[in-house]
Write a protein that binds this ligand. Sequence first.
Ligand SMILES: Nc1nc2c(ncn2[C@@H]2O[C@H](COP(=O)(O)OP(=O)(O)OP(=O)(O)O)[C@@H](O)[C@H]2O)c(=O)[nH]1
Ligand SMILES: [Mg+2]
Length: 829
Amino acid sequence: MSVKIALAGNPNSGKTTLFNALTGSNQYVGNWPGVTVEKKEGKLKGHKDIIITDLPGIYSLSPYTLEEVVARNYLIKEYPDAIINIIDGTNIERNLYLSTQLIELGIPVIMAVNMMDLVKKNGDKIDIKNLSNALGCEVVEISALKGTGIDEVKEKAVAAAQKKVQNKRVHSFDQAVEDAIDSVSAKLTVEERKKRFFAIKLLEKDTKIAEQMDSVPDCKDEIKALEDKFDDDTESIITSERYAYISSIIGKCVKKNAKGEKLTTSDKIDKIVTNRILALPIFIVVMWLVYYIAMSTVGAWCTDWTNDNLFGDGFHLFGIGSKDYKEASGDYDAASNALDAYGVLVTDDEDAVDVDATKAAIEANTNTEASVKYQMEDEETLDTYDIDVYYSEVPAGAKKDKTNAMSYLDAVEYFNKTEMAEIDPADYGVFVPSIPDLAERGLDKIGCADWLKGLILDGIIAGVGAVLGFVPQMLVLFILLAILEYCGYMARIAFIMDRIFRKFGLSGKSFIPILVGVGCGVPGIMASRTIENEKDRRMTVMTTTFIPCGAKVPFIAMIAGAIFGGSSLVATSAYFIGIAAIICSGIILKKTKMFAGDPAPFVMELPPYHIPTIGSVLRSMWERGWSFIKKAGTIILLSTILVWFTTYFGILDGKFQMLSEDQIDHSILAKIGGAICWIFKPQGWGDWQATVASITGLVAKENIVGTMGILYGGGEGTVYSELAKAFTTASGFSFLVFNLLCAPCFAAMGAIKREMNSAKWFWFAIGYQCGFAYLVSLVVYRIAGLFTGACSFGIGTVVAILIIVAFFFLLFRPDPNKKVKTSKEFLNA
Ligand SMILES: Nc1nc2c(ncn2[C@@H]2O[C@H](COP(=O)(O)OP(=O)(O)OP(=O)(O)O)[C@@H](O)[C@H]2O)c(=O)[nH]1
Ligand SMILES: [Mg+2]
């Protein structure tokens, strides 16, 4: 039979760190209390038959919260063969309270005094021998982080577990209490060694313990006798006896450095960092830095590089040759723009330059206008703008971004010299082709069928690649977050923001996910892990993706450009709408039964600051990053295949077949879009193209632009002019609001599913997001349309007004679950 050893101790004392060291596993460690919320088992390194269990941190064996119940139940139900009691050496006095109770359990206890590196640094001294005598158990000094003393604690614990040697009982309560314990013990039917613990718990009137016992003896008389004698209730009597015992131990065993009376470094840092006035500005600067590094600089470089090169056009190894290549392809583009602007460029079916026909056109050309306008298209937003192309010479003062780099005559010369030979990047330096290019070449070589090629290139690589492209950015973000976590600042952020967030029903810890969500919703949702309160966590998971993430920016820009003349107010308003949606949802949801209830007090001890170790930061980054790649990857893979299939297959001429890009309106997706687009009629944009764009947006929000590009691009004008025809300002904004607030992309939905860990909650979250988006976009269209003349007063307007009234009612009604206390009240209580 295997031997079980449990790790028990106060929150943030280093249990998981020791667990990882003992078992070689990779459980999550963080510098704030309450990281571990479930018990975790692992095998002791080198001993297959010894099972170590990491428990959530507890302050005592009288549990209040769910994870404390988990820990206590494990100890009294599973009865491990030994307990390693980890105590934080820098905070012995408080930690010993639990120790005095663990020793009563009747399980061999080995005490590991952790954080000895810090204790020594502070200059404090702990007399291990005395401590061991005073407690009646073996005591070992360790540093779980630095790895000292771990072997010793391991050996002692294994020996104790195998021999099942009981601790000597050295502590006795007041004689009257001991008599009561004896008297209750005598009535108990449990095993001999467990009797003392159960007797004390019964005397303390612990109802949860009584519920777990087969038969509960009557001990009213003992309790009454004690309460009469001490004129206090039994629980307080026993607690104060424990404290007296602990102070006697501390006096004998712990020598604080005289300097210790002064403020510690952590206290000094906190004086500034959590200062009433400075806290917020410091926080903003820190978060701005995190965001700046992860999203705009390092992270964005990495992600852009991955998207543009690895999944885009390939790259030159070490950048050698890339400058020459850029110059050459710049010349090529400028030449073809100039020729096209003067109407002499002729291309064949495959968009390659037809040399002979172009030559003839140049000779026949009579257009010698000094300059002409030429329309360009922005790659990302599909916005169009004009540039000037000059006939003979580009004037010296011409604006670079508004002028073609080559004049018509120069372009003709270029054409005659090169015959417009395509520029091949492989001719410059060492060129590494992109993954799609490589795959395409490989597939061509083996003569792969067209449909399979399409599936692999347009479906799998394009879809999964788009998501994997985010990985570098996320890894950078995870490193920074891990550093903030390990050093202890995260705990302070939650503390600082709690006062503000509590006003609308979210915990201070909800702020971090929202902030992260501006970059990408997936790490944002995952950052909600740091919220221990389950209801707050669920609500945060549900609302975090209301904020415009990086992938939503292109389609917001597209709507702004095509329908609102490029007004920057549109993009700004998207952020405000996102934040407002989070706040309003917070207020409304908190008043429902599902999210109310527990007062969810913000009780958190601020842990001392630590300098994070590189290993632990990298480990945490990799653990989160990898789980994203793995889980989101599977969901994305399936969904991209599905979307690809429904986009490129359909019934044409009575036959089910693969379609080319200009036949997409016969695709299955178009049929589905056509069948359900009535849903969005009230929103004013119920055509199948917009509906389909919203659906493909579920795969990745970047898809919206691409899909609109294909579906609105077929007509006479540009995509922008077609969009301007298809949407009014009211319906355009309604479309924007819907796609901003509705269910996020599949990757983020995958993250929601995982964090919710329940199908019911997952669907509730998705339903809430979509429903909320639907109602808000309806109101936007009906009300805005009334003012702009896009729609007239009618049933829709009445419905919109009813929605607004209901919304304000939900927002401002008194909270029906009045029991909710503020954290202050809770602490005072
Ligand atoms: N300096 C120092 N820091 C340590 C040591 N052991 C753990 N830590 C740090 O203490 C913090 C808490 O460690 P965890 O292992 O997560 O603590 P825990 O007891 O599992 O905490 P909960 O799961 O919240 O109950 C982390 O920042 C660790 O890096 C140590 O020996 N020395
Ligand atoms: Mg832990």
